[in-house]
Design a protein around this ligand. Structure first.
Ligand code: ZN
Length: 80
C-alpha cells in the first residue's frame, strides 16, 4: 500500500490515485484551484440552479449540500 506524501491518504481509497511523485489526485486538484476560472464555474452553477428554481416564485428555493459517507463525491476535483 502506498500513501500520499502530502495528505497520507492510502491508495486503497476508491478513486484516489498517487502519481510518480507520490502525490494523490486530490492534492493535485487542490493545487489547481488557483487556475480554475471561477467565473465560468459560477455561470455553470447558475445554469444548474435556474433549472431547478421555482418557476413562478410561489415557493422558497432551497439548496441542501450533502456530504459524508462513501457516496460523497466532488465532480470538480474528484475528491470524495
Ligand atoms: Zn494527497
Amino acid at each position: 500500500m502506498k500513501y500520499c506524501n502530502r495528505c497520507v491518504m492510502p491508495d486503497t481509497k476508491p478513486d484516489l490515485f498517487i502519481d510518480e511523485e507520490g502525490v494523490c489526485n486530490a492534492c493535485r486538484s487542490f493545487e489547481q484551484r488557483e487556475v480554475v476560472d471561477w467565473n465560468v464555474r459560477r455561470e455553470e452553477l447558475t445554469k444548474i440552479l435556474d433549472k431547478y428554481r421555482s418557476k413562478n416564485g410561489t415557493n422558497w428555493d432551497c439548496i441542501i449540500p450533502v456530504s459524508g459517507g462513501k457516496d460523497r463525491y466532488c465532480v470538480c476535483c474528484n475528491w470524495g
